[in-house]
Design a protein around this ligand. Structure first.
Ligand code: PHE
Length: 362
C-alpha cells in the first residue's frame, strides 16, 4: 500500500522538509516580535501546521511511523530553535538601535532615589530612652485621647481649680480630651507598677488649644519621668530633691554631650510639692536673647518636683509609705536646643526638607 519502495524516500519526507523551509524563511523575514509570535502560533499552536504533522503519525503504515515521528519531532525542534534565535536577534537589534539613537545619552545622570531621614524628635527620643533604660527605667506608652480624670483630677486639679486655665484644652465628648501633658500617665503608671519601687518614663505627643508662634505649637512632645520608692518611715531610702536634681543633670549632660548651664526656680504645679522649673541657657542664642527664648536667654525645659501626696493617693499608694519625684521634659524644646532650630512650627510642618540634615542619623 505504501507508495515508497525500498530505497526511495517516502513522500512525507519532502513534505516535512518543505514546511520546515517555508517556516525558516518566514522566521528570517519576521522583523518584529508580533510577527514572530504569529508564526509561532501558526506553526506550533494547537491548530498549527507543525502540530498537524505530529497528529498524522497514526495514519501511516506501522513500519513508517517511527521514522515519521522522528522527522516531525526534529522539524518541531528546529522551528522552535529558529524562533528563539530570531527573537534574540531582534532584541539585540532593538538594543543596538537604542544605543545608536543620538538622543540617548548613557552619560546622563539618572534619577536617583532619595534616602529617608529620621525625624530629629525621634533621634532625641531614642537617646533619652537609651539613657533612662540604662538607669533601670521602664519606657511606657499611653493614649493621646485620655480622660479628664487622668489628665486633671488624678493630678490634684479638680474642675474648679484655677490651674486648669494653665493648660487650654481640646475637649472631646463625655469627659474625654486630648491630653495636655504626659503627666496624664502618672496615676495610670502607679496603678500599673505600684506596690514595688519603680522608675518609668513615658514619651508622647501632647495638645494645647493655644495660638502658635516661634516657641508655641498646639501639638508638641514631652517626656514624663516618674520615680517611686519607699519612704524612710516604711524602711525605704526615700526620695529627695537631691535625687531629682542628680537625675536631671545626668539626663541633660547625656543629651547635650557636655555639662549644661541650668538654673532652678520654684514652680507651681498642683501635682508636685515642692515644684520647680529647671531652665537651661538658650543654646540657640547662647543666652543673649532670641525669639526662641523670648529674649530672656533662658528656656524652661524641665518642670519637676516631688509627687504630691494627693496624687500618690489617687495612684493607690499611701503617702506615709511611698514617695516619688516626677518631671515633664519639653522634648520639642530640647530638640530645638540641640539642633539650633529657631521655630517650633517647623517640627510638625510635614516638610520633608526639614529632615534632610538628619539623613545620616538612620
Ligand atoms: N505636666 C507639666 C506641664 O506640662 C510639667 C510637669 C511634669 C511638672 C511633672 C512637674 C512634674 O506643664
Amino acid at each position: 500500500m505504501s507508495t515508497s519502495a525500498e530505497g526511495n524516500a517516502p513522500a512525507w519526507q519532502a513534505e516535512i522538509a518543505a514546511l520546515q523551509a517555508t517556516l525558516a524563511a518566514a522566521i528570517a523575514a519576521a522583523d518584529d516580535a508580533a510577527a514572530l509570535r504569529q508564526i509561532e502560533v501558526d506553526a506550533l499552536g494547537k491548530k498549527g501546521s507543525v502540530t498537524a504533522l505530529m497528529k498524522r503519525v497514526g495514519a501511516l503504515p506501522p513500519d513508517e511511523r517511527r521514522a515519521y515521528g522522528a522527522a516531525a519531532g526534529q522539524a518541531r525542534g528546529a522551528v522552535s530553535a529558529a524562533l528563539a534565535a530570531r527573537s534574540d536577534a531582534l532584541a539585540q537589534a532593538r538594543l543596538q538601535a537604542e544605543l545608536d539613537d543620538r538622543s540617548f545619552d548613557e552619560t546622563l545622570v539618572g534619577s536617583s532615589t532619595r534616602r529617608g531621614a529620621v525625624h530629629p524628635l525621634s533621634l532625641v527620643r531614642r537617646d533619652i530612652e537609651d539613657v533612662f533604660s540604662s538607669m533601670g527605667f521602664h519606657v511606657l506608652d499611653y493614649p493621646e485621647v485620655d480622660s479628664e480624670f487622668s489628665n486633671f483630677e488624678a493630678l490634684n486639679i479638680p474642675s474648679w481649680h484655677p490651674a486648669r486655665d494653665m493648660q487650654d484644652t481640646f475637649w472631646l465628648d463625655a469627659g474625654h480630651l486630648l491630653r495636655t501633658h504626659t503627666s496624664a500617665g502618672q496615676v495610670r503608671t502607679m496603678h500599673r507598677l505600684g506596690g514595688e519601687p519603680f522608675r518609668a518614663i513615658f514619651p508622647g505627643r501632647v495638645f494645647r488649644y493655644e495660638s502658635t508662634d516661634a516657641s508655641h505649637e498646639h501639638t508638641f512632645h514631652q517626656v514624663e519621668g516618674l520615680m517611686i520608692d519607699r519612704a524612710p518611715a516604711a524602711g525605704g531610702p526615700g526620695v529627695s530633691v537631691g535625687h531629682l536634681l542628680d537625675a536631671m543633670r545626668t539626663l541633660l549632660s547625656a543629651i547635650f554631650g557636655e555639662a549644661v548651664q541650668v538654673r532652678l526656680r520654684p514652680g507651681y504645679f498642683p501635682f508636685v510639692e515642692p515644684g520647680f522649673e529647671l531652665d537651661i541657657a538658650c543654646r540657640n542664642c547662647g543666652g543673649a536673647g532670641c525669639s526662641v527664648c523670648k529674649q530672656s536667654g533662658w528656656l524652661e525645659l524641665l518642670p519637676c518636683g516631688l509627687v504630691h501626696p494627693n496624687v500618690l493617693r489617687m495612684g493607690g499608694l499611701d503617702p506615709d509609705q511611698w514617695q516619688g519625684w516626677a518631671f515633664g521634659l519639653g522634648l520639642s524644646r530640647l530638640v530645638m536646643m540641640r539642633y539650633g532650630i529657631g521655630d517650633i512650627r517647623l517640627m510638625l510642618s510635614g516638610d520633608a526638607r526639614f529632615c534632610e540634615p538628619f539623613v545620616a542619623g538612620c
